[in-house]
Ligand binder design. Sequence first.
Ligand SMILES: [Fe+2]
Ligand SMILES: [Fe+2]
Length: 240
Amino acid sequence: MKVIQYSEEVCRERLELLRVEALKTLGTIYEAGLDHASAGKIITLATSISDLVGERDFPTAIREFREYAPFPLTHPFMVAFLGLMICKKLDWNSDRTLLAVGVGGLLHDVGMTKLPEHVKATHPNDLSPEDLVQYHKHCEHGMNIVAAIPIIPVAVQQILYQHHENSGKGFPQGLTNVKVYPLAKVVCLSDRFARFLILNELGPIEGLKKFVAVKEELQLHDPEIVRAFIKSFIKDEKTR
Ligand SMILES: [Fe+2]
Ligand SMILES: [Fe+2]
């Protein structure tokens, strides 16, 4: 069956609309906390982002993406669409998986809202050992926040708890990759790439070339997920 697809231009417009909507919803959550109503909006947003990412022209549209401010709110939006790009390329296409990664991406750092202001405002590399312990707790805080909202899929709890685990070098448990939940691995890579783009002020394609050239970075992740991540920026000529 022939499916009508969005043009590249429409994909770009939809992406911008969803970015604005995500900023609004995440802004409310970061100020007032996550409740049933805001969780419902996050679920709707995750579904819309997933649909858009499935468009054939999305990989071309994403090449132009450069709206990186403000960091704390744009970053989770980017993690959501990057994670969904990776899942689709891996053919991890069930509604449950896509919803978990979309919601998990949008809310992955929601536990930061429980941290003291000075910890939130400082780069982890510049934190004292005591404050670093606090910062590492944002994973557990995030898991507890989403666990209190029944409409959020249970899988999101594990994504939030493990989104900084990689190759034994991450936190909070320092798990090796075989022990990390696969969807948390997807969010981990998306998180690190989104942060890399924003901090280095690079566009996605230029950033991708530089990111995959960092051997120490690639060693943190599953090769299968890295391959899907790279391929997700290439347009698939097949229609959906
Ligand atoms: Fe985080
Ligand atoms: Fe993050």
